[in-house]
Design a protein around this ligand. Structure first.
Ligand code: 3PG
Ligand code: MG
Length: 397
């Protein structure tokens, strides 16, 4: 595999697939979190310093039928200019004459951002002739879009085939893999995986795969109540996926067989409605009265989860413990973030990823106190589900 740091970029037009799919304000389109752009900067700066020029490819959002103004990457340009500290040219299309012309005249040290690749349905279809058109714009290909590495799309995967000797991983992609491997290979024990979020169905595959490797699996968030229900508990109006009760029982049985300890929130902060001003109380999670729902882990649970985390040497966290966006139900997620930070300070390795949990550590101010916060949502999840990520195999194969 070609080593990014040793590759000769001088006077090359370097096609870099980045993941600039960033959260934006719904009305002004201002970027509300530029972490993904900042994460790409080391690769971008390296290429520019080595005398290359940049042709940046990205998607933004999920446009359905061709170009849509709100998904235009033109809204990213000003923040990108501030972060790289130089002018960024923009092409209103990712293929065609404008893109061709602007990439042809690009000089060493210059940056061109192309319009959203998902304005073409050929992108998500992984169309080879579309990938070829993108490929024709540059001399080599760098994939640095970890967040989109689970997509077998034209600009993440097929494009690599046009650069058999000039395709490589960028620094973000390789850093993400290195960090993920600290969890999956040479794992320091005890290894605790914290899994949360609303739905069991979103997390079945990751939990099943973690049963092969974790010592402890902490389960929080809305998905925990389906587990209580599966064991005969009363969960009131809490979230429940009836069709997943069997799955939950199987997970518990398999964990038993393998000696993996599954920890559920024994108590919850329950509420009489899904609202910031609901009436709330602390209550056993398996005897929640009807008319009430669990929206956060309870005080005893916070204590016991914290103890497990503090005794761990490796920690993976994917998914919040409650509705942390509402202050009334944020204590659990915040306490877990604090415990992970504390464990990290004591020498544990901690990796946070999968959208919401990254947003939570950021919100509570712990991003700098954990070992690594991934830029991946679905991509990180699929990695820990044990799947091969097509964006990565397109480079390594
Ligand atoms: C993400 O944010 O999950 C990535 O950018 C991929 O986007 P997608 O889920 O729309 O494919
Ligand atoms: Mg996604």
């Amino acid at each position: 595999m070609i080593d990014f740091l040793n590759y000769d970029f001088s006077n090359k037009r370097v096609l870099v697939r980045v993941d600039f799919n960033v959260p934006q304000d719904k009305t002004t389109y201002q970027i509300t979190d530029d972490k993904r752009i900042r994460a790409a900067l080391p690769s971008l700066r390296h290429i520019l310093n080595k005398g290359g020029s940049l042709i940046l490819l990205s998607h933004l959002g999920r446009p359905k039928n061709g170009p849509e103004d709100r998904f235009s990457l033109k809204y990213i340009v000003s923040q990108l200019q501030i972060l790289v500290g130089k002018e960024v040219f923009f092409a209103n299309d990712c293929i065609g004459s404008e893109a061709k012309q602007k990439s042809t005249v690009l000089q060493a040290g210059e940056i061109l951002l192309l319009e959203n690749v998902r304005f073409y349905s050929e992108e998500t279809a992984g169309d080879l002739s579309f990938a070829k058109k993108l490929a024709s714009l540059g001399d080599c290909f760098v994939n640095d879009a970890f967040g989109a590495a689970h997509r077998a799309h034209a600009s993440t995967t097929q494009i690599a085939s046009f650069f058999p000797k000039d395709k490589m991983m960028g620094l973000l992609l390789s850093t993400e893999i290195e960090n993920a491997e600290k969890i999956m290979k040479n794992t320091l024990r005890p290894f605790t995986a914290i899994v949360g979020g609303a739905k069991v169905s979103d997390k079945v595959l990751i939990v099943e795969n973690l049963l092969n490797i974790a010592n402890h699996i902490i389960i929080g968030g809305g998905m925990a109540y389906t587990f209580f229900k599966a064991q005969g508990g009363e969960i009131g109006d809490s979230l429940c996926e009836i069709e997943r009760l069997g799955t939950c029982r199987e997970i518990i049985a398999r964990a038993d067989l393998r000696g993996v300890e599954i920890h559920l929130p024994i108590d919850s902060k329950i509420a009489n409605k899904f609202a910031f001003d609901a009436e709330t109380k602390n209550h056993n999670s398996n005897e929640i009265p009807s008319g009430w729902m669990g929206l956060d882990i309870g005080t005893e649970t916070i204590q016991s989860f914290t103890n497990i985390i503090l005794n761990s040497k490796t920690i993976l966290w994917n998914g919040p413990m409650g509705v942390f966006e509402m202050d009334a139900f944020s204590s659990g997620t915040k306490a877990i973030a604090q415990a992970v930070a504390e464990a990290t300070k004591n020498g544990a390795y901690s990796l946070i990823g999968g959208g919401d949990s990254a947003a939570a550590v950021q919100k509570f101010g712990y991003s700098d106190q954990v070992s690594y916060v991934s830029t991946g949502g679905g991509a990180l999840l699929e990695y820990f589900e044990g799947k091969e990520l097509p964006g990565i195999s397109a480079i390594t194969n």
